[in-house]
Ligand binder design. Sequence first.
Ligand SMILES: Cc1cn(CCC(=O)O)c2ccccc12
Length: 161
Amino acid sequence: MKQIAICPGSFDPITNGHLDIFERASRMFDELIVAVFHNPNKKPLFTMEERVALLAEATGHIPNIRIDSFSGLLNVYVREKNAHVIVRGLRALSDFEYEFQRALLIKKIDPVIETVFMMTSSEYSFVSSSGIKELAKFGGVITGLVPSCVEREIMRRSAQI
Ligand SMILES: Cc1cn(CCC(=O)O)c2ccccc12
């Protein structure tokens, strides 16, 4: 039976920390679905369509990754995709409390769903989407922290401001 895993996130935008987890997780499962979550409580920098397009370009070299988007309950989405594993990256202890609660809640709702945590490579342990946006906003260098397609898009936008 094909082992499918879901890697949900806002990915606004994708960072090299995300990409590192995608590459490693794609070697553990038959198929990895990277799913952009529509969060009505957040005002994203990139639209859902832009995030999906940037993810597709950044992961084009990984044959068993599929990009998707969803809104609503993650556990419903996981079942719809015939998956039972969620993959999340952990950067530091600060991530753990939120992720731990979220994993326990999902397991309470649907005991079949497992959440697998992968430690971010040390070189990206400080990289977050919010930090990248802040850095770029004030003209900081983001080269090497995000995929080149993201850097290009952010530079294009800042040139328009
Ligand atoms: C590196 C990393 C952090 N997180 C959680 C915070 C975030 O969504 O950026 C992930 C979720 C999925 C895949 C990789 C990651």
